[in-house]
Design a protein. Structure first.
Length: 463
RNA sequence: UCCUCGAUAGCUCAACGGCAGAGCGGGCGGCUGUUAACCGCUAGGUUCCCGGUUCGAAUCCAGGUCGAGGAGCCA
């Protein structure tokens, strides 16, 4: 069957003027009178619905008109421009086939539903305006990220999802095992005997592909990962999920400033691309969720990002420390309230905070010449908070080994990682971008559960 | 794990110690072009669970379950 997608009607309406076309889709609304009726039809190809008009001259008029919201139709008819009406064009149907009926029980009504209610029906909520717009943006964003890195000569690196290292201790991990959960084989000391497990040792789902990405970066120069990541944390916030997607570029012969430049360029490129490709969706989010969204995104595309050192940030915060619940002093970790104040009140735009005290950061971050701070950077954005965390990596094998010991880690576990420094080591840098947090920032969706089609959070894994 | 808030019709909510309601959605009817159409009629309830206080509990109290927001962890 040759069918026309509704997206193309919106892109090139004049090309279809007075043409006979076939459109397929699902009813978002059906309104009938005695002799004329209307269907708002969506096929998922774009945000706006197509209006279908049909009259009692259709032999199955009553049948079609009495269908419920959600029903699937195949419509043949004439495309007509309607410049004087609320909708730009419509299809005058000559034949409507009821492809799949819906029912009065259909949970989605022609009204506002709370996002919280919609989370309880993940198999249907994707059909709503908000969720479909979000997931269309999500798809376009994923493509934009690949496009950006591809056009900049990066190699797309697949790092393992099942891992044997706990990387940087970046959070609680999900155990991966085929051992009998009730009666696992035991060692003489009574512990589970992982030598009998599938891989002959304990394994988990990855919390970060960074260390493996470094392997790839020291081969290909510029690489990025883009894949699922898992954290078994008992997090109950609107911006944490147990399963999320992360983008982790890693670049060789690069310093912290190169890392920040890359992050900034990538964010700008992606925002611009989504603005171009998803104008209907962005207008929708702007109208329904945040009247300043488009203005804010455009200003991010055009302006530079702010940058402060951790030490400068502390100086700024100390002047207004009475505002805060948590104390501000050099050496203290920045709390969410501090980060939000900096990015939302002081700088009012995306903000890099760099050079944190080494005690606050991971062992692999490069020690600065002051001996107290490391070449780390966090990118904070208003409303969402930390969206990127990155650093220049410690390329000096002796310093790295020292830091591994300081952090209480086992040097033998990191011999391969030290080898990267012993054999042609170079200074290099990278970062992790939370894909969902980027989607939240672009759509103004406030909850990470609403930017993942089938979200996993503690005690919640529907479908 | 800690703190706060919440749970009433299919959905969104009201009633806050005295007959459990509205809007939307559903059903039926009406309407010659609607735009989350409109108009009329109508059905629809274990007020999350379990105890307690009271003449009387959706409402107050204790415990629990589930959810949401925040903190921490971080992306």
């Amino acid at each position: 069957m040759k069918r026309t997608e509704i997206k193309d009607l919106f892109l090139f309406p004049s090309q279809f003027d007075s043409q006979e076309i076939t459109v397929c889709g699902w009813a978002k609304s059906i309104r009938d009178h005695k002799t004329t009726a209307f269907i708002h039809l969506t096929d998922g190809s774009c945000h706006s619905p197509l209006q279908v008009v049909f009259t009692s001259e259709l032999q199955n008029y009553a049948d079609v008109a009495s269908q419920n919201v959600g029903a699937a139709f195949i419509v043949k008819g004439t495309f007509k421009l309607t410049p004087d009406a609320k909708q730009p064009f419509e299809v005058e149907a000559s034949e409507i086939t009821i492809e799949g009926s819906s029912s009065p029980d259909y949970p989605l009504q022609k009204k506002h539903h709370s996002l919280e209610f919609l989370r309880t029906i993940p198999h249907l909520r994707t059909r709503t305006n908000t969720l479909s717009a979000t997931f269309r943006v999500r798809s376009v964003t994923a493509y934009a990220i690949h496009k950006f890195f591809n056009e900049h000569g990066f190699v797309y690196a697949h790092t393992p999802i099942i891992t044997t290292s706990d990387c940087e201790g970046a959070g609680e991990m999900f155990r991966v095992t085929t051992l009998d959960p009730v009666k696992p084989p035991l060692t003489e000391s009574g512990d589970p005997d992982y030598s009998k497990d599938f891989f002959g040792k304990p394994t988990s789902l990855t919390v970060s592909g960074q260390l493996e990405a470094e392997v790839m970066a020291l081969t290909f120069g510029k690489v990025y990962t883009f894949g699922p990541t898992f954290r078994a944390e008992q997090s109950f916030t609107a911006r944490h999920a147990s399963e999320f997607w992360m983008i982790e570029p890693e670049i060789a012969f690069a310093e912290l400033q190169d890392d920040m430049d890359l992050a900034r360029d990538m964010i700008k490129f992606v925002l611009q691309y989504v603005m171009e490709q998803c104008p209907q969706e962005m207008a929708f989010f702007n109208d329904m969720y945040d009247k300043e969204l488009i203005q804010r995104i455009n200003s991010v595309i055009e302006s530079d990002f702010a940058k402060v050192t951790y030490t400068e940030a502390i100086e700024i915060l100390e002047k207004v420390k009475d505002k805060f619940q948590y104390p501000v002093f050099w050496g203290a970790d920045l709390q969410t309230e501090h980060e939000r104040y900096l990015t939302e009140q002081v700088f009012k735009k995306p903000l890099f905070v760099i050079n944190y005290p080494k005690e606050l950061k991971a062992f692999y971050m490069r020690l600065n010449d002051d001996g107290k701070t490391v070449a780390a950077m966090d990118l904070l954005v208003p409303a969402v908070g930390e969206i990127i965390g990155g650093s220049q990596r410690e390329e000096r094998a002796d310093v790295l080994e020292q830091r591994i010991r300081e952090c209480g880690l086992n040097v033998e576990d990191y011999e391969w990682y030290l080898d990267l420094r012993r054999f042609g080591g170079t200074h290099h840098a990278g970062f992790g971008l939370g894909f969902e947090r980027l989607i939240m920032y672009m759509t103004s969706m406030a909850n990470i559960r609403d930017v993942i089609p089938f979200p996993r959070t503690p005690n919640n894994a529907l479908l």
